[in-house]
Design a protein around this ligand. Structure first.
Ligand SMILES: Cc1ncc(COP(=O)(O)O)c(C=O)c1O
Length: 424
């Protein structure tokens, strides 16, 4: 969507104390930097009276209010139902927990479809749960030449024994955004559930879980400017049908029955502040904390995320143009719809060397396969992957200039070191 609204990246950057250390951060897909209001919300929760959730003392009410506010914030972020927002330590932990409870009814002959594009956190829990139940695991393959995962690649595997399709909202390795709505629709036609890994997508686009057809949608606040925790969003009705192992005295209410032990209240408060910050990315840029009237935050999130997408796409195109001009660079992020996350490899050179060289020049861009190990192998990159250059709300043109200058210097350094022609 072209909004024509200018994004005030300087105002956004001013909110991130970590940027004062001076590095240009292209490591957001591994975990973003944190704006000051998020850190302040964490600290405020920890320094105010706090007890276990309840409504009798102020300390109990503070904890309860934090949880309810965070469920509403995440629900606003993905247009879900706050009564179906489950918090946990990480997406990986929640997906393992849910794979065990969802697979309880699976048996030999049942199938769970996974994709070659996904982060391993949306693969291995399903593979292992299926194997434990004697179910089989058909793999939906993406096209390594284009990076595309066609809906038919998953759809062609579905039968009336398919119980679940696990698919990513966006690849954390090459940015591909598959047509999740089409894949979910095919899964539903086959009577299967769709489990969508939204960890990478949520940081870059306005998400609507119903539009995606996601029965369960997982994301992690630390990827979208928040603290280190994870969440899964589903309909309360679906969660009511699932019965995870739990302690005898702990509540059987939904969504609490999925949240083992005491929740990290301070991290939940930080997650709410992160959602508020994203809602402030639209005009006027950088505004945070104003929740506005009911329903207002969702509307502002849609505008804020669309404004961000436009900004990130522009910077991504600048990076793509810049690296294409460098010798021996391959860009693996090629899908028609993709996040601003580029995977690069370098002819005859190790991406890990580029990572180290860039770090020495104040540019943070890590190398690896980032747990999307199946995708990396499928691309022919083995377990080494490549250099990942990912954008976040605080990246600006100067960051891009620094990245391109440092990469240019690194690719040039090979020419300088190459043996003279004719010498063995
Ligand atoms: C696409 C994707 N899925 C899942 C995960 C795992 O998330 P978590 O660290 O919350 O378990 C990551 C983390 O990098 C990711 O990028």
């Amino acid at each position: 969507m072209l909004l024509g609204v200018s994004y005030d990246v300087a105002a956004v950057r001013a909110c991130f104390p970590a940027l004062r250390a001076g590095a240009a951060h292209f490591d957001g897909p591994g975990g973003s930097q944190v704006p000051e209001p998020v850190a302040a919300a964490v600290a405020a929760t920890m320094t105010a009276p706090l007890a276990n959730r309840g409504r009798v003392t102020q300390a109990e009410r503070n904890a309860d209010d934090v949880v309810l506010a965070a469920r509403q914030a995440v629900a606003d972020l993905v247009a879900g139902d706050p009564g179906g927002v489950v918090f946990g330590r990480s997406m990986t932990q929640l997906t393992y927990d849910l794979s065990r409870v969802l697979s309880a009814g699976w048996g030999p002959g049942d199938e769970v479809v996974v994709t070659r594009l996904d982060h391993d956190a949306n693969v291995r829990p399903w593979v292992q749960a299926a194997h434990a139940r004697g179910a089989t695991v058909p793999w939906a393959e993406f096209d390594p030449a284009t990076g595309e995962l066609a809906p038919e690649a998953a759809g062609g595997l579905l039968t009336d024994r398919t119980r679940l399709v696990a698919v990513t909202g966006a690849s954390n390795l090459i940015g591909t955004r598959p047509d999740v709505a089409a894949i979910s629709a095919l899964a539903h036609d086959a009577g299967a559930l769709s489990y969508v890994d939204g960890v990478h997508l949520t940081a870059h686009a306005a998400v609507d879980v119903a539009a995606l057809g996601a029965d369960l949608y997982a994301c992690s606040p630390y990827k979208f400017l928040g603290p280190h925790c994870g969440c899964v969003v589903a309909s309360p009705g679906l969660l009511e049908t699932l019965h995870p192992d739990k302690l005898l005295p702990s509540t059987d209410a939904v969504p609490e029955r999925f949240e083992l032990g005491t929740l990290p209240y301070e991290l939940l408060a930080g997650s709410t502040a992160a959602v508020d910050f994203l809602a402030g990315l639209g005009p006027p840029a950088g505004r945070a904390g104003d929740r506005g009237p009911e329903g207002g935050r969702r509307a502002r999130l849609e505008v804020g995320m669309a404004t961000l997408e436009e900004h990130e796409d522009r910077l991504r195109e600048r990076i793509e143009d810049g690296v294409r001009a460098l010798p021996g660079v391959t860009v693996w992020s090629r899908a028609a719809r993709r996040t601003p996350t580029l995977l690069l490899t370098f002819e005859g050179r190790d991406a890990a060397d580029a990572h180290r060289f860039l770090a020495g020049h104040g540019v943070n861009a890590p190398a690896g396969s980032f747990y999307a190990i199946e995708a990396s192998r499928h691309l022919g990159l083995g377990d080494a992957g490549g250099l990942r250059v990912g954008l976040a709300p605080y990246n600006d043109d100067e960051d891009v200039d620094r990245l391109l200058a440092a990469l240019g210097e690194w690719t040039d350094s090979r020419k300088a070191c190459a043996p003279p022609a004719g010498r063995p």
